[in-house]
Design a protein around this ligand. Structure first.
Ligand SMILES: Nc1ncnc2c1ncn2[C@@H]1O[C@H](COP(=O)(O)OP(=O)(O)OP(=O)(O)O)[C@@H](O)[C@H]1O
Ligand SMILES: [Mg+2]
Length: 215
């Protein structure tokens, strides 16, 4: 299973989501590979910090050849995650071409939603001949606020499929990053760790055959 995390909106939570899912599946023994396709090297730099993302397998390929790296690695890993840049659509389209699933993190605000819709149109029209399966994921949502519910309804009404699970705004995410970790490593029983487990379970349910292979 290849999961590309993409959005042409900077700061939407791509790197956080990609790293958190990679570490979660690593701790579950699913042999993930995390590919950093962002020239900013955010995931690579996180892995240079003391906890080194828990030792998850990591590769850097920040150019339009990233699809080849994915194809070369596919048979050796249970799941491949690709973190993409927030701006370069050439690299991102290459990463999409190899994806079984595209996760599009989107912050719960009208400005972010508009940009996300552009993202989907630009990216999907760049992948010739087919449209990868994609799901939006609401990120940095605030507990008790109504905006996330409104945005969810708006996206669903516009036909943008959305995961039921969200990545809420929690300080545990950036705090874990300080140590080159994710909440699943720092606080396995904590709320942020459970948020990621819920997202991971939804993704796995989309690919039941892969789940059987990797379990
Ligand atoms: N769920 C969350 N709760 C709190 N902070 C978060 C959450 N997700 C991401 N952040 C913070 O928001 C900022 C942007 O997140 P991140 O770097 O993952 O986004 P990105 O989409 O990869 O950005 P870029 O487009 O620059 O690559 C970071 O400071 C990160 O720590
Ligand atoms: Mg990033």
């Amino acid at each position: 299973m290849v999961v590309t995390v993409a959005s042409l909106k900077g700061g939407s939570g791509k790197t956080t989501l990609a790293c958190c899912l990679a570490v979660h599946w690593h701790l579950q023994g699913r042999a993930p590979l995390l590919i950093d396709a962002d020239p900013q090297r955010s995931a690579m730099r996180l892995a240079e910090r003391p906890r080194a993302l828990g030792g998850v397998a990591l590769r850097e390929q920040a150019d339009a050849d990233v699809w080849k790296t994915v194809e070369d690695s596919r048979s050796r890993y249970g799941v491949i995650l690709v973190d993409t840049p927030g701006f370069d659509s050439e690299i991102t389209v290459s990463a999409l071409a190899a994806a079984d699933l595209v996760l599009i993190p989107v912050k719960a605000s009208p400005l972010d939603v508009d940009r996300m819709m552009d993202t989907v149109r630009i990216l999907m029209s760049g992948v010739r001949g087919w449209t990868p399966t994609f799901r939006c994921v609401l990120t940095q949502t605030m507990r008790g606020s109504v905006i996330a519910r409104h945005v969810r309804e708006e996206l669903e009404a516009s036909g943008f499929p959305l995961l039921a699970s969200e990545m809420p705004n929690r300080v545990a995410f950036p705090e874990a990053g300080l140590f080159g970790a994710t909440p699943s490593l720092m606080m396995p029983e904590g709320l942020a760790s459970r948020d990621i487990a819920a997202i991971a379970a939804e993704v796995e349910a989309l690919f039941p055959a892969t789940r059987a292979l990797c379990a």
